[in-house]
Design a protein around this ligand. Structure first.
Ligand SMILES: C[S@@+](CC[C@H](N)C(=O)[O-])C[C@H]1O[C@@H](n2cnc3c(N)ncnc32)[C@H](O)[C@@H]1O
Length: 247
């Protein structure tokens, strides 16, 4: 399902990771550059990396951020000049990625995509669930990326708090997740019914997680730009939240 899912969600996920989504909507090219979230950069945890659908995007973003940085010396963090070692990295402004993925059946495809992207020296597969990553002694990171996986992790509130703990101060968490429908009781009840069997068919995925609230309440974020995805209507059976939370 990976490629179909990527095709369906990349119109949101690509701009999200590039810092071009705010208040649930895509920013136009010339819009709000000063206040828009920063793109993913530095060291990264990708939660639920799956079969590696976003590996090539990390490479693209890393080079974009490194080239923006090297062509502009203004004091804005978005345009901060990177260290020479960062530019020399095979993924530009992204220095390290920990791809947390417990499902061994995904590892072959994930490794293949890492090799295809030429990111073997940057992308490390962590074959654990997020609930066990504390034991892996990963250093704190600049960014965490979660795309359609907080629906599947155990004890989401507890583990989202743990994710906050993995971020450096000022670190950013990029989120695109499906959530429960709170806009209309009929769709809420419909989700509840479908969810009786959905998790057994879709790898433990829960349809009714209130992930936006779990994220907001997880910890004292310094800023939260997390909203329902614009243009999704009240009857959406699988509605989403999208945005960036900063520690
Ligand atoms: C719907 S897939 C999304 C994969 C990928 N993020 C993408 O967008 O293609 C959900 C992923 O979460 C992973 N997952 C399940 N339980 C997890 C856990 N406890 N910790 C981290 N990832 C988990 C699954 O193995 C699966 O790869």
């Amino acid at each position: 399902m990976g490629p179909q899912v990527r095709k369906a969600v990349e119109p949101v996920v690509v701009p999200l990771l590039k810092g071009r989504v705010s208040h649930g909507r895509l920013l136009a090219d010339d819009e709000e550059l000063e206040t828009a979230p920063l793109p993913v950069s530095g060291s990264v945890i990708e939660v639920g990396a799956g079969s590696g659908m976003w590996v090539s995007l990390f490479k693209e973003i890393g080079f974009e951020t490194a080239s923006i940085a090297s062509s502009d010396t203004s004091s804005n963090v978005r345009h901060r000049k990177p260290e020479a070692s960062v530019i020399a990295s095979t993924s530009g402004g992204i220095t390290k990625i920990y791809g947390v993925e417990p499902n061994e059946s995904n590892h072959t495809a994930l490794s293949r995509r890492v090799i295809e992207a030429g990111m073997e020296d940057v992308y490390e597969i962590v074959p654990l669930g997020i609930e066990d990553v504390g034991a892996a002694n990963i250093p704190k990171v600049d960014c965490i990326v979660t795309v359609l996986c907080l629906c599947s992790i155990p004890s989401p509130q507890e583990n989202i708090r743990a994710l906050y703990g993995f971020l450096k101060p000022g670190g950013r968490m990029y989120v695109f997740e499906h959530v429960c429908n709170r806009k209309h009781w009929s769709i809420y009840m419909y989700q509840k019914f479908i969810n009786l069997f959905w998790p057994y068919m879709v790898g433990g995925c829960e349809l009714q997680r209130d992930t936006g609230r779990y994220l907001r309440e997880a910890a004292p974020w310094s800023s939260i730009d997390l909203s329902p995805l614009a243009n999704e209507l009240w009857f959406q059976a699988v509605p989403h939240v999208v945005g960036v939370l900063t520690k």
